[in-house]
Design a protein around this ligand. Structure first.
Ligand code: URA
Length: 425
């Protein structure tokens, strides 16, 4: 077989056989198919797509390029969760301990952020001492002991995705359904949970820009999960504005603590309770939103979070410390009215330039910097009132304020945003 023939076949819109896909994935990981051919193949997939059978072959062959975690030593139904990426997405930090506080084990591997999107792992590393790298044995033992662990994705897991994701990132081939579905589901299948909740984001700050595209991605991933015997549910969620109040690693930890104490914004708190209800349902634990919310209000979820942080070496005193930055810039509203848009991608990139995110993989992060919104879409605002605060260690200039203000849309026609747009199960 020759890679060039397979690229040409896909370029011309033909289907690849199971054997051809196996050969390509194995060759890529072994280094016999070079990056330049794999990127041409990814671009051909971007334009011509893949059939359900091809996506399934790609996914399962990717799974085989690494270690598969065996979580059978942990009692109960193990539920995992994955988001296709967002801005201000601190959901896992709250959801994992919240679900675990009901006795449902959560063994979760998370990733890092890149570009405008944040990553749970970076947020956890903003906690002094928190270790994201654990052996499989330690990870399993911690879930057996306290019911929850969130660690970094093992280097041994789905090697094909590690290589391919980095390549897609620099060849404009991330945002295509077959490659996102196989990337996400190969990792989830290899990570070994019995049930999977997929958060498929849609909107300006997400890879999927329309609900139709998000629905197709969600259905593709749900089908892949079910085909290998994993209970899988996808929720399509809004990513047209940042999630919650904060963007930035420590700022998001502080917001997560606020929500875990039952003091968060109502919209994000309710959203997380809805996700928890679905995750618990996947483990056959039926709870009302009121019962779930009680675990935020009575401190049970927070206690579980603190237990997890301590078990992974995190410093519980430092956890609650306010951020330390050189400057806090207040952004006043330029008009009176109702906030109608806060484009997630624009603010994700803005926060990235403050040091909260990475433009390229090797960039260092400044864990303290970022944005806290005082107002979100649908909130009323008076001219001159503070819409947000910018936390920076860099140079301050009037452009930082005017650029921010340019993105804040007031009275442009309020969209009624719901966090969960649709559930696909
Ligand atoms: N998240 C992933 O893990 N993979 C993708 O391809 C996109 C989002």
């Amino acid at each position: 077989m020759r890679a060039v023939d397979l690229i040409q076949k896909k370029r011309d819109g033909q289907k690849l056989t199971s054997n051809e896909i196996k050969w390509l994935v194995e060759g890529y990981v072994a280094g016999t198919v070079p990056d330049y051919q794999m990127s041409a193949f990814a671009m051909a997939v971007y334009f011509k797509g893949m059939t359900t059978r091809e996506i399934s072959d790609l996914t399962m062959n990717m799974v085989k390029t690494g270690q598969e975690f065996d979580l059978s030593a942990i009692e109960g139904v193990k539920v995992d969760k994955h988001s296709t990426g967002g801005v201000g997405d601190k959901v896992t930090l709250i959801l994992a301990p919240l679900v675990a506080s009901f006795g449902v084990p959560v063994a979760k591997m998370s990733g890092r952020g890149l570009g405008h999107t944040g990553g749970t792992l970076d947020k956890l590393e903003a906690i002094k001492g928190y270790q994201v790298e654990r052996s499989q044995e330690d990870f399993i033992r911690q879930v057996q002991d306290i019911g929850v662990s969130v660690i970094g994705q093992s280097d041994q897991l789905v090697k094909a995705d590690k290589l391919l994701y980095a390549l897609r990132d620099v060849t404009a081939t991330v945002d295509t359904i077959p490659l996102i579905a196989s990337s996400v589901m190969s990792k989830k299948i290899a990570a070994g949970a019995d049930a999977i909740l997929l958060d498929v984001t849609v909107g300006e700050g997400a890879f999927m820009k329309t609900v139709d595209e998000a629905r197709e991605l969600a259905q593709t991933m749900v089908d892949l999960g079910k085909a290998v015997g994993r209970k899988t549910v996808a929720v399509i969620t809004d990513m047209s504005q940042p999630l919650g109040r904060a963007i930035g690693n420590r700022l998001e930890i502080l917001e997560a603590l606020e929500i875990l104490q039952g003091k968060g914004r109502q919209d994000i708190t309710h959203f997380i309770c809805e996700l928890a209800q679905i995750m618990l349902g996947l483990a056959d634990v039926e709870k009302t939103i009121k019962e779930i919310r009680q675990h935020l209000e009575n401190g049970q979820a927070l206690a579980k979070f603190e237990e997890m942080v301590a078990a992974q070496g995190g410093d519980l005193e430092d956890l609650y410390r306010p951020v330390k930055v050189a400057h806090v810039l207040e952004i006043p509203a330029q008009d009176t009215g109702v906030i109608s848009a806060l484009p997630a991608m624009k603010f994700g990139l803005y926060a990235m330039r403050l040091g909260a995110g990475r433009a390229i993989k090797s960039d260092d992060l400044d864990y303290e910097t970022g944005i806290v919104f005082e107002k979100k879409v649908g909130d009323s605002v008076q001219k001159g009132e503070i819409v947000a605060k910018v936390y920076t260690n860099g140079k301050i200039s009037s452009e930082l304020v005017t650029e921010f203000q340019k993105y804040v849309k007031i009275n442009d026609g309020v969209q009624s945003l719901r966090e969960i747009i649709e559930i696909i199960s």
